[in-house]
Ligand binder design. Structure first.
Ligand SMILES: [Zn+2]
Length: 223
């Protein structure tokens, strides 16, 4: 079941690797189907060696519906997020170094770049530490996501979410790009300039018209 979607999840895993968001078998990708089941990546398998059949299909209570492998150790936390946020259909968990590194010293990654506003829709909060594989990881993610599409897990990594695989992937990839830029700015001047809320709101709106399958940019955003 869900052969195409399993292949899409594997493609997303390879993208996480390509963009330096994980190494070897770190992190995980999970995708909710319109019928309610969730595709989850297997535990501890190197993405480059994975095939779509290695994916698990589970229900929201964690029962395995299909798949021979052991599911990601974070599955309970991931399912907690899906249960408590019906608007979220995809969760991408990474160990991306720049965003995670900023999370060691900040309580929130400020939203002062257009790409970050585009991809996460605002500042990214840093959730208090919770152990990997614990339900608490999912609870902290839900409590700290707010309206953002990403949250940093202190001493651990990042959770990016979206209504689709594409939206969650944009969130984590652009968060990392922005985190690198913010790191540079922060090194040069700890009082680097910040976006105003109006600038963030406009950048969020502009991104809704980005890409091939969106409408024309409204007049008020052109000037
Ligand atoms: Zn992790």
């Amino acid at each position: 079941m869900f052969e195409k979607e399993k292949a899409d999840v594997l493609k997303a895993c390879l993208r996480m690797d390509k963009y330096g968001l994980i190494a070897l078998s770190g992190g995980n990708v999970s995708l909710r189907m319109p019928t309610g089941e969730v595709i989850v990546t297997p535990s501890g398998m190197i993405y480059e060696d994975m095939v779509p059949e290695d994916m698990l299909v589970v229900d929201l209570d964690g029962n395995i519906i299909e798949g021979e492998r052991k599911a990601s150790v974070d599955t309970l936390a991931l399912l907690y997020i899906f249960k408590h946020r019906p608007d979220i259909n995809c969760v991408i968990h990474t160990h991306q170094p720049y965003a995670t590194g900023l999370g060691l010293v900040m309580d929130e990654i400020p939203c002062n770049l257009t790409t970050l506003a585009n991809a996460t829709q605002g500042p990214v909060k840093v959730a208090p530490y919770s152990s990997a594989a614990s339900m608490q990881m999912g609870i902290e993610a839900v409590e700290n996501l707010g309206d953002s599409l990403a949250v940093v897990l202190k001493h651990h990594g990042v959770i990016g979410v979206g209504n689709s695989l594409k939206q969650a992937m944009y969130s984590v990839v652009y968060l990392e790009e922005a985190a690198k830029t913010i790191f540079i700015g922060y090194c040069l001047d700890k009082n680097m300039p910040m976006f105003t809320q109006e600038q963030i709101d406009r950048a969020v709106r502009v991104f809704k018209y980005y890409g091939q399958d969106t409408g024309e940019l409204p007049e008020d955003l052109k000037y």
